[in-house]
Design a protein around this ligand. Structure first.
Ligand SMILES: *Cc1c(COP(=O)(O)O)cnc(C)c1O
Length: 404
């Protein structure tokens, strides 16, 4: 790698170059797997000196990582505009817990977007509650109601945009500005867009979290998470993570580092493919609504276009059928889509979803206000297969609903 700073490169060039320090890679291209618990010192004086700094890049002991993990963390910092540093966690959920625990103390109040990933909600209602933290879920599209919540002190706001399952894009600059005026810290789950599609810190967030199991890994074969921040909150994240004894395996860090090299091109392809499939579904007679920010008719599209520089392959749609089993029938009839959790891999997935089961403050598109029954819905993760093959597969699966 040349001496050019990756921060001065355009995103696709940055993901190809980030984190590849010569002292970590040696003569090879990607940082190899440095598998170690014990780090050996030349002499006692060197051991004493090593204990003085706990920054990434200094050999000390395996729990502080080694070049494979440092390289990945540095790469993620270099592709995250405004970040001073990145902490790696053994999963995305561990990153959510690590970030919230770095900010919150007993007695604090947390506001969480109502369309947050379900385990984030469980963190508020479970772990954090047990530690004396109170919470409220808010509708991220109702700025007035949100602003009123600051009549009582708020320590932190947890955002996710687009929201899990239902894909609403919220006004992150407006929400974080209100938080800041009231002395609250803004955190965001940016797994959907990644740092390539949404520069969260530059849109007002203090801490940005990602599940690396999704786009960064990209091949459905590893679990990892990250949190990045400016200097102040990076220190707090790092201290809490070290107190909790968290470390990621060098084998997984090497896989994630390899996935990162192709992330820009994979996202470009799956975003374009998802946009075409969403458009096709939106004209299909069996579909009541498509929830995809890339779709020009979607209510999330204007904010997505204003604030985001990219999308991804993940979106949802609601069937017009009133048979609660219809989403399962479609998923079973699909031949190219696996049924499974997670997303962001090279392979396409379909997951029947029930968003109304996980909402306290918002009306769900699958269960509009006042409606008794709930409409069946499916979330798709579009992979790297040929788009026309995926459309043909969806067409034959939806046709089976007609023939019942
Ligand atoms: C998957 C996911 C997570 C959790 O990540 P894991 O690596 O599976 O623990 C967090 N947020 C969102 C939006 C996710 O989709």
């Amino acid at each position: 790698m040349s001496g050019k700073d990756p921060k001065d490169m355009r995103p696709a060039t940055r993901v190809a170059n980030a984190g590849r320090r010569k002292e970590w890679t040696g003569p090879v291209v990607n940082t190899p797997v440095w598998r170690a618990s014990t780090h050996l010192y030349e002499a006692e004086a060197a051991r004493k000196a090593a204990g003085k700094s706990n920054a990434d890049g200094g050999f000390f002991y395996g729990r502080r990582g080694a070049p494979t993990q440092w390289s990945l963390a540095e790469a993620l910092t270099q592709i995250e505009p405004g970040a001073h540093g990145t902490v790696l966690y053994p999963s995305g959920v561990a990153a959510i817990a690590g970030a919230l625990m770095a900010v919150l103390r007993p007695g604090d109040r947390l506001l969480m977007t109502d369309n947050a990933y379900d385990p984030s909600r469980s963190m508020a209602t479970g772990l954090l509650k047990r530690f004396g933290i109170t919470y409220e879920f808010f509708d991220p599209l109702d700025l007035d109601a949100y602003a009123k919540l600051f009549d009582e002190p708020v320590k932190a706001v947890w955002l996710e945009s687009p929201g899990s399952l239902t894909m609403e894009v919220c006004d992150v600059p407006a929400l974080t500005a209100i938080a800041r005026e009231n002395g609250a810290v803004s955190l965001i789950d940016n797994t959907w867009a990644s740092s390539l599609g949404f520069a969260a810190l530059e849109h007002g967030c203090d801490i940005v979290m990602m599940s690396l199991s999704k786009h960064v890994g990209g091949h459905s074969d590893l679990m990892m998470g990250s949190a990045s921040a400016g200097e102040r909150w990076y220190r707090a994240l790092r201290r809490t993570s070290q107190e909790l004894g968290q470390v990621v395996s060098p084998d997984d860090a090497a896989l994630a580092g390899r996935g990162l090299r192709t992330m820009a091109i994979r996202l470009e392809k799956s975003t374009a493919s998802a946009a075409r499939i969403a458009e096709w579904l939106s004209k299909h007679p069996q579909i009541a609504q498509v929830m995809c920010p890339m779709l020009p008719d979607d209510s999330a599209h204007a904010l997505w276009k204003r604030d985001f520089t990219g999308g991804c392959g993940l979106f949802s749609f609601v069937l017009s059928s009133d048979d609660a089993e219809a989403s399962g029938k479609v998923a079973d009839a699909l031949q190219l889509f696996g049924i499974g959790y997670s997303w962001g891999g090279f392979e396409s997935l379909a997951l029947p979803i029930f968003p109304h089961d996980h909402r306290a403050a918002m009306v769900s598109p699958t269960k509009p206000a006042g409606e008794a029954g709930a409409r069946p819905a499916i979330r798709l993760s579009i992979g790297l297969e040929d788009t026309d093959d995926l459309i043909a597969d969806l067409a034959q699966a939806l046709e089976k609903l007609d023939n019942q």
